[in-house]
Design a protein around this ligand. Structure first.
Ligand code: AP5
Length: 212
């Protein structure tokens, strides 16, 4: 089974993708996570991320292609989170999938309005171990400290309000046209991202379990 999770910043793509991949035994491929790891060593990527701008299509496509070369990922099935993000990336992905005879079951569009996304993102604090908190909605037991590993929590460089605004503008301009792209191929599935985390998980699980 292979799916794409699409949606604006703060929609809950990463949160759901981790849990859904765990439940269905798929591999979670997050281009955002890959770039955050690379950020330490790549100054150009680091600057683009901190400014809320997209990394050039060619770099992203080549990175994803490398993952889709791995047999275990193809065998288990994959969940693409944060990719594709432009029509160009979607077209390139289609070519790769076709050449490998891989079927994409569906594109899950999680939608939330801007105000909700800003509230979720600006309060987010993360840990190097991958745990994620929210200062008011999901606070750690001890202020500034990870419940899981005791590490110091920090804010993503692109989670400041002015950068979140830019990320949203980029989404509207460069990523939203993908909705029409996938509507045409009849693979788009709408998910209400305003519900709580468990409810969103149930909506997505039900779609996947029913092969939608
Ligand atoms: P990426 O990491 O993909 O960032 P994003 O799409 O902006 O998404 P976020 O991680 O902010 O949000 P999310 O939807 O995953 O929500 P989350 O589950 O975290 O990309 C970062 C950057 O990398 C890009 O700006 C770009 O520079 C680059 N990049 C990545 N892919 C690229 C590509 N394909 N092409 C070019 N450049 C690329 O949840 C957010 C918060 O809300 C959390 O605190 C969470 O706890 C909370 N939350 C989640 N669900 C709920 C809920 N139902 N109710 C209440 N709170 C919730």
């Amino acid at each position: 089974m292979n799916y794409i999770i699409l949606g604006p910043p703060g929609a809950g793509k990463g949160t759901q993708a981790k849990n859904i991949a765990g439940k269905f035994g798929m591999v979670h491929l997050s281009t955002g996570d890959m770039f955050r790891e690379e950020k330490e060593s790549d100054e150009v990527v680091s600057k683009l991320l901190s400014a809320g701008q997209l990394v050039p299509d060619e770099i992203v496509v080549n990175m994803v292609k490398k993952h889709l070369e791995k047999d275990d990922i193809i065998k288990k099935g994959f969940l693409l989170d944060g990719f594709p993000r432009t029509v160009k990336q979607a077209e390139e992905l289609d070519v790769v999938l076709k050449s490998k005879n891989i079927k994409m079951e569906g594109v899950l569009l999680i939608d939330v309005p801007f105000e909700e996304a800003v509230k979720r993102i600006v309060g987010r604090r993360i840990c190097v171990c991958g745990a994620s908190y929210h200062m008011t909605l999901l606070p750690p037991k001890e202020d500034g400290k990870c419940d899981r590993c005791g590490g110091k929590l920090f804010q993503r460089s692109d989670d400041k309000e002015n950068v979140v605004r830019e990320r949203f503008a980029v989404y509207e301009r460069q990523t939203k046209p993908l909705i029409e792209y996938y509507e045409k191929s009849d693979t788009l599935i709408y998910i209400n991202g305003l519900k709580d985390e468990k409810d969103v998980f149930a909506q997505i699980s039900s779609c996947i379990a029913n092969g939608l």
